[in-house]
Design a protein around this ligand. Structure first.
Ligand SMILES: [Zn+2]
Length: 403
């Protein structure tokens, strides 16, 4: 046994079959962007998260975005798929104009009131120190403006997805940089955590949910797939998704009904009623395909996503950086192993979630692909091909069959 495992570990990795990173943040380190065409990974799915990186993702797409759904026609320079969205860690930086009588900009008092409302722990009265802390946070922007901006990016890039969006109960917002005191790393795109001290404040989950849901609906309207972040919020992520597809659940057919339908489809020489339905790219209130990125819920919680009535395709992707962050040895933790076995073969993806493109990203992808293959009992070739076909289905949908 040990020999077989070792034999596999030393097998050359079949990069030539195409490895696709389903979720990463290379625009956090812009100096590494020019290296993407020379990476071993074929395509990176590049997320946007906050005010500072939306336009950087667009610029990266102008240079390196794929121009068609047909991999055979891609040049080496076509090596990214852009994604636009607002990450839960930055949701406090947005406000709903309806909460402020339609005002599009907030004065200092309204700004402090906004932060007092969306941040917890909640305080009825703020100390001077707290007022100062809130005043030093970024000036919040109207969420409606951001949604319009995202819509125009999605229209400008017809192959772009929505991401990174989601819910997070565990993060705390970082403290503001103190000019002259803190030295930030100039090579990193501003706005991220960058080792700053964390404040005691979390963003109210109701506020996060409002923004998450609106972005899901935009994805549904434009029929784009979504990359979803969920940390310590797996229940409420599912609830929110479920709210978007309420009333659109698929009729679950019995075996007999299915057989009847297949026969009817054969005789009319069509692909089947459900298939025909899926092929309509008409706007809906929920996204057609959803990737639960670096999924960290337990296997039991994942089972609710296997309900055949769910009208969206649910994928889960795994990264060495997040899913194995506390586990450095070669064996995957058993809960993760159980989970991976539970996920249908055609719904699993691989990702790096790294903020820097280049060799380390390739190493992380290779590491996770090898683990997934081992757990799924796939040969490396079969695994890489399966994961590649899953990624293409997630990003482009069934529509790719037609182009
Ligand atoms: Zn991410």
């Amino acid at each position: 046994m040990a020999d077989a495992v070792e034999g596999e570990a030393s097998q050359p990795f079949p990069w030539q079959l195409g490895v696709y990173d389903a979720h990463c943040h290379p625009t956090d380190t812009m100096s590494t962007i020019p290296s993407i065409p020379d990476m071993k990974a074929r395509i990176l799915t590049v997320m946007a998260t906050r005010a500072e990186d939306q336009e950087l993702v667009a610029q990266t797409a102008d240079k390196f975005g794929v121009k068609s759904r047909t991999p055979d026609s891609w040049s080496q320079e076509e090596c990214i798929v852009p994604c636009f969205g607002w990450h839960p860690w930055f949701t406090h930086q947005m406000f709903d104009v309806e909460d402020f009588d339609g005002k599009e900009t907030l004065d200092q008092d309204s700004k402090i009131l906004h932060y007092q409302t969306v941040l917890s722990p909640k305080r009825d009265r703020l100390s001077d120190e707290e007022r100062q802390a809130f005043a030093s946070l970024p000036d919040p922007e109207p969420f409606s403006q951001f949604l319009e901006q995202t819509r125009s990016y999605l229209e400008r890039y017809p192959l772009a997805l929505v991401g990174e969006v989601g819910l997070d109960r565990s993060f705390r917002i970082p403290e503001t940089w103190i000019p002259g005191h803190d030295k930030r790393d100039e090579s990193l795109t501003p706005g991220g955590r960058e080792g700053r001290r964390l404040s005691p404040y979390r963003v109210d989950i109701k506020h996060q949910k409002k923004l998450f849901k609106a972005q899901l609906q935009l994805a549904g309207e434009l029929q784009r797939a979504v990359s979803v972040h969920g940390v310590q919020a797996h229940g409420v992520v599912f609830e929110t998704l479920q709210e978007t597809w309420k009333g659109y659940e698929k009729k679950v057919l019995s075996k007999r009904e299915k057989k009847k339908q297949t026969e009817a489809a054969k005789s009319s020489n069509r692909q089947g009623v459900l298939d025909a339905d899926e092929r309509q790219d008409s706007p809906k209130p929920f996204p057609p395909r959803i990737c639960l990125h670096s999924y960290s819920g337990n296997p039991d919680a994942f089972k609710q996503y296997l309900n055949p009535a769910i009208p969206a395709e649910i994928y889960a992707s795994f990264s060495t950086a997040i899913n194995l962050s506390d586990k450095q040895d070669a064996s995957a933790p058993s809960a993760l192993e159980q989970l991976i076995k539970l996920i249908p073969d055609d719904r699993i993806l691989v990702e790096s979630d790294l903020h820097i493109a280049g060799p380390r990203m390739d190493e992380h992808l290779e590491d996770m692909v090898r683990r997934l293959c081992k757990i799924k009992g796939w040969s490396l070739n079969d695994g890489v091909e399966q994961l590649g076909s899953n990624w293409r289905m997630f990003v482009f949908g069934r529509i790719q069959d037609r182009s």
